[in-house]
Ligand binder design. Structure first.
Ligand code: GLC
Ligand code: CA
Length: 556
């Protein structure tokens, strides 16, 4: 039987470029992670997900791979990797790598060959198409990062498909040789002992037959209807699991782009033997209407409850998901969903209280355990993220927004917010590196850093540690049946969870004001498991939550 150690585990995502720089060249690296393994273990996390560490020209920071079985020299050597893996296993943790298999780099030898001529043996590793009658791209598909998803290759006179940047050509999964190449790369790492993969944009690997034009329904819907969930995706995922993953004690975590609650089961229901779990985008994008840098909707608590509920209903007892409120692709969790000023500490703690009691594997992102916040970059020259830069440059052409507004939008939503170096101490560059880092350190590193929080028993860091430890002892956090209380309440999120004979009540205040909970009377039998304040106020035994207060009560 397939082991399910990953269900109760907490995943800690590391973005290596920004984690810790061991040799002071301004770029985080594998030895930098090795130096911090005791720290990572101290968080009580179980699984480390490393964003890509493979050879890459870094057009999209490693999500454009030029050799699937080599370490990016900036990050270190294969010996460093082996030492890292051993260090992780010695501490009882697991390691998953980021498999970017929908596309590779245009500097991968497959693409360098493929573009040489139409009859090159590697030509069919990619999606080529002759120009439209007017010489333009074959269809209206747009790249996720702006502009057409097709690029003309002058040499052979045909277009190739790239759903991301033009330096990330999409691989043609219909070609069995491509699939075998990817499976071989997976085996290479699994044979070294890695414990699985996070699968980058995996729902995109199968393209609709004939590359039909996308309807005019907004980018999110186009992803669901056209780019993702293609006709052969499940066939290939089954094949991948059967031929590769199932041969190891390993698991797969899908980036659920374009997946909704109706088709999620096709990917992660246990009996289908495809993927082990996915993280969806509904929470991560709950304030993003169509796509980044477009319309933004205000945060709506009831909508968020609805999202959690619909996914619970869709997945419960049949498949599995991971829950995340932030990663390297979104602005910082506390800045988006909490209050990163007046109630920074309280709201950071409240948010993780909520996330850690949702059904599913908990997925946290580096730096969130100290409440790292968004950064305000002052000029466009400081922006490093290719998605933000493409938006900015496109905007220069179509002048939809002024330059100032465009930069403001990047500062609000851009991916660099999550990619600033981890703030280790109050020294130069937050202790990340002595040399100027590849991306500016947040100036608040003099206040928000690991060193201070480690010593402070009331810090966000020590709150995470305590919470994650308790979570391991209470299966009800992860697997419990869910009962909503005051579902339509716009200020409070309250729920009871039960499993076997154990029940907990979670009560969370999402506002900056005190909130009385009419439906919750404190009794002496209730044991306070988690509280982000020192006390619980009551009025005639009714609980009053302070701003951003969050509680977990063991109610028997
Ligand atoms: C995923 C990654 C993102 C990357 C994209 C293309 O969404 O998380 O960082 O840019 O895929 O690989
Ligand atoms: Ca370095």
């Amino acid at each position: 039987m397939k082991l399910t150690w990953f269900k109760k585990g907490t995943i800690y995502q590391i973005y290596p470029r920004s984690f810790n720089d061991s040799n002071n060249d301004g770029i985080g690296d594998l030895r930098g992670i090795i130096e911090k393994l005791d720290y990572i273990q101290s968080l009580h996390v179980d699984i480390i997900w490393l964003s890509p560490i493979f050879s890459s020209p870094n057009d999209d920071n490693g999500y454009d791979i030029s050799d699937y079985c080599a370490i990016m020299p900036e990050f270190g050597s294969m010996d460093d990797f082996d030492e890292l893996l051993k260090g992780i296993h010695d501490r009882g943790m697991k390691l998953i790598l980021d498999l970017v298999a929908n596309h590779c780099s245009d500097e991968h030898k497959w693409f360098e060959e493929a573009r040489k001529s139409k009859d090159n043996p590697f030509r069919d590793y990619f999606h080529w198409h002759k120009p439209a009658k007017d010489g333009g791209p074959p269809n209206n598909w747009m790249s996720f990062f702006g502009g057409s998803a097709w690029e003309l290759d002058e040499n052979t006179g045909e277009y190739y498909l790239h759903l991301f940047t033009k330096k990330q050509p999409d691989l043609n999964w219909e070609n069995p040789k491509v699939r075998e190449e990817i499976y071989d790369a997976m085996r290479f790492w699994l044979n070294k002992g890695v414990d699985g993969f996070r699968m980058d944009v995996i729902p995109l690997i199968s393209k609709p037959i004939g590359y039909p034009n996308a309807p005019n329904v907004g980018f999110r819907k186009i992803i669901e209807q056209v780019y993702a969930n293609g006709p052969t995706v499940h066939k290939y995922l089954k094949e991948m699991t059967e031929k590769v993953i199932s041969k190891y004690d390993a698991f797969s975590l899908a980036e659920g782009v374009g997946i909704n609650e109706d088709n999620a089961g096709l990917y992660v229901n246990t009996d289908r033997k495809e993927l082990d779990m996915l993280y969806h985008f509904d929470i991560l994008e709950c304030t993003i209407v169509n796509g980044k840098f477009e319309e933004v909707s205000p945060f709506d608590l009831v909508q968020m409850k609805r999202i959690f509920k619909k996914w619970r209903d869709a997945i419960h007892n049949s498949g599995w998901i991971a829950n995340a409120m932030g990663n390297h692709d979104f602005a910082r969790m506390v800045s988006r969903f909490g209050n990163d000023k007046e109630f920074h500490v309280e709201s950071a703690k409240m948010l993780i209280t909520m996330l850690s009691t949702q059904n599913g594997t908990l997925n946290i992102y580096q730096g969130d355990e100290i409440g790292m916040t968004n950064i305000s970059l002052e000029t466009i020259n400081e922006v490093k993220d290719v998605q933000s830069l493409n938006f900015y440059n496109e905007n220069l052409e179509n002048q939809k927004f002024s330059k100032e507004v465009a930069l403001e939008m990047i500062n609000k939503e851009g991916r660099d917010n999550a990619r600033t170096p981890v703030q280790w101490n109050d020294e130069i560059n937050g202790g990340f590196s002595i040399k100027e880092p590849w991306l500016r350190v947040n100036p608040n590193s003099d206040k928000i850093n690991v060193q201070y929080q480690d010593k402070d028993e009331n810090s966000i860091l020590n709150f995470y540690r305590n919470l994650l430890k308790i979570r391991k002892q209470y299966d009800v956090f992860v697997f419990g049946d869910f009962e909503e209380i005051e579902f339509d309440n716009q200020n409070l999120y309250i729920y009871k969870k039960s499993l076997a004979k154990k029940s907990i009540i979670v009560a969370l205040n999402f506002t900056e004001l005190n909130q009385e909970i009419s439906s919750l009377t404190m009794t002496e039998e209730y044991k306070v498991l988690v509280n982000n304040y020192n006390d619980i106020a009551t009025k005639e035994d009714k609980v009053i939550l302070k701003p951003y207060q969050g509680l977990i009560l063991d109610v028997g």
